[in-house]
Design a protein around this ligand. Structure first.
Ligand code: FUB
Length: 467
């Protein structure tokens, strides 16, 4: 268990770091990701920042500051382009190399630092021995979302982006870089096919879309990627870094699709959109880092993580999305919890993707950077927020803190999304946060908590308390 309770999202609710690449360096885990803004109008409006936590206290994250500003790249002096999903590897010289692609240029940039949390300095562009940049030689595919792994003097670089219907892009491709971390020494090869080339390969339905990431698990290469349906992170496995990858399965879906332990497998429990992340072993346990979407848009994403089960045969089970991922177990059953840790959020339609008009959303007050606590807005008739899991003992009362024009409103309390109503908490319309409660006989043991709004208007939900 984490010394301090850990939640999803694992960073403060006012921070928006998607595309997280977790790495343990020394006794801390560092997360490198893109940097979205609250109320951002496109992806990745910020500079790269970094957060880290002690490997034995995954609820205790430290802000490492800006590690690389977007105008540090010579091609982006005016800062007009956005820094898309990065990855980091330790080179043969022991230095830390940051790989990224700017949103409007399909080549790979590299920055370097002596320490994991920077600052990183621009270093160069990945290029062929003749100086042509990877992505600009005839036959190259556009570079996107670099994932890197260094072994000895060699670094394997995986990139790609494949939309459905685009036959010009074959899939995720990989090259080998020399010990200078820039020079391509083996030509691009196809690793995992995109949807136009997946027929008969074993990847059908889970073809490569974006988000290349690479890890080694027990001596084998695991390629992690976002599939053609976007909301899921999948993996493929090989004994070699540049060929032989076979489809492994889904690691996580930010809608919880395919999970059947508490609902029908194909019923979405959150409104999904793109996904990006990777696996890392932290203190002996494997975790999958991924992101969720807030504020009803694609552009304010937040990092989440779940514990993974690694089977003897090297396969991973798909992780369920929870509110307590890095905690290593259920949360304390008696406490007030912020509503922004909801892992399930759906209307009666259970939409698979973001965009349902009038759907609830996790949001915050203020502007990007304001350290305002998150909450759920837009809870209207039949909307449900779900929280998993809590170790309950003797819970006899549940409270909710709400505000907004909630006419004749109430929250039903359940421990299963489709289970019996255990309490009804009546609430009033109010301009300020007010707390309302009801007696509730929550069974002892590990429970989920589901809160369903009934009534007119919409309520905002700041927190709930189990007592
Ligand atoms: O964050 C910007 C882009 O969105 C990333 O490069 C993709 O992987 C997707 O997550």
């Amino acid at each position: 268990m984490s010394a301090k309770q850990a939640f999803n999202p694992y960073l403060p609710s006012w921070e928006y770091i998607p595309d997280g690449e977790p790495y343990v360096f020394g006794d801390r885990v560092y997360v490198y990701g893109s940097h979205d803004f609250f109320n951002g109008y496109v992806f990745c409006m910020g500079d790269y920042v970094c957060w880290s936590a002690p490997v034995d206290d995954l609820g205790n994250w430290r802000y490492e500051g800006v590690i690389y500003p977007r105008n540090a790249d010579p091609l982006n002096k005016e800062g007009k382009m956005c820094l898309y999903a990065p990855d980091v590897t330790v080179g043969p010289d022991g230095r830390y190399y940051l790989y990224y692609v700017l949103d409007k240029i399909s080549i790979v940039s590299v920055a370097v630092s002596d320490t994991p949390a920077g600052r990183y300095e621009f270093y160069g562009y990945v290029h062929y021995p003749d100086g042509t940049r990877l992505g600009e030689r005839e036959g190259d595919e556009p570079q996107f979302d670099p994932g890197v792994l260094t072994e000895g003097d060699r670094t394997y670089l995986y990139t790609g982006f494949c939309g459905r219907g685009d036959k010009s892009r074959t899939g995720a491709r990989a090259v080998t870089l020399d010990k200078d971390m820039l020079t391509v020494i083996t030509d691009p090869v196809l690793i995992v096919p995109g949807s136009e080339y997946s027929a008969g390969t074993g990847y059908e339905g889970h073809a490569f879309f974006e988000a290349s990431s690479i890890r080694k698990v027990k001596g084998r290469y695991y390629f992690i990627y976002s599939s053609e349906v976007m909301h899921e992170l999948c993996y493929a496995v090989s004994d070699e870094p540049l060929r032989g990858f076979k489809y492994g399965g889904v690691l996580v879906s930010n809608t919880d699709l395919h999970i059947s332990s508490y609902k029908p497998a194909e019923l979405p429990m959150a409104m999904g959109a793109n996904n990006h992340g990777s696996i890392e072993q932290i203190n002996g346990e494997w975790y999958i880092f991924y992101h969720r979407h807030t504020n009803g848009t694609w552009y304010s994403r937040q990092g989440c993580a779940e514990k993974l089960t690694l089977n003897e045969d090297g396969s991973f089970e798909q992780a369920m999305i929870t509110s307590c991922g890095l905690n290593g177990g259920p949360l304390e059953g008696r406490r007030e919890y912020p509503a922004y840790i909801a892992c399930n959020l759906f209307t009666e339609k259970h939409s698979l993707y973001l965009g349902e008009p009038g759907a609830p959303k996790i949001t915050q007050d203020g502007r990007d950077g304001d350290e305002e606590p998150g909450y759920i807005a837009g809870m209207c008739e039949g909307c449900t927020a779900g929280f998993k899991f809590f170790d309950c003992k003797g819970v006899h009362r549940v409270s909710v803190t709400t505000r907004g024009y909630a006419f004749g409103g109430s929250f039903e309390v359940r421990t299963k999304w489709d289970g019996e109503v255990l309490a009804v908490i009546n609430i009033d319309s109010t301009n300020v946060w007010e707390t309302f409660s009801a007696e509730a006989a929550i069974p002892d043991g590990v429970n989920a908590i589901y809160l369903t709004y009934r009534g007119g208007g919409t309520a905002m939900l700041k927190s709930f308390t189990l007592e």
